[in-house]
Design a protein. Sequence first.
Length: 153
Amino acid sequence: MRKIYVIVDITTYLPVKITFDENPNCADARMWDWLRGCTADGTLLIFDRGFYDFTEFAALMTTGVAWITRLKKASYRVQRTLTHTPQVVDQIIELGHKRGRAKPIIVRLVEIRRENTWYRYITSVTNPVDLPPYLVADLYGRRWHIETDEWSS
């Protein structure tokens, strides 16, 4: 058995890059070198929380690669609130401001309420004009549709 990693074009659902790891139980974090090596400036990556590393997030940002992921439990400090409604909270935050191995990074926290559940995303795209809050949630949702039959309908 192997573990497969695929970068998929979210508009066509076609693979752009594919690689394998012989160890089906390998940690996703081992793939950062491969991921950085095959993404160009202007790319928007959407990944799950297996790829959750402040140092790597910052490295992508310095090369012009944007990203979206779900927020794990983490300490952060609100820098500025962009939107605050009963359904949407959109803020610029300093993520990882407490002492740790990684330097803190400035990102955007987008919280979307659907019925009684809040979904929390972080993105390096800090301008909501470039990436509105509901689009952040929609794009992340499409990331999951690729792994299910929902994307083919």
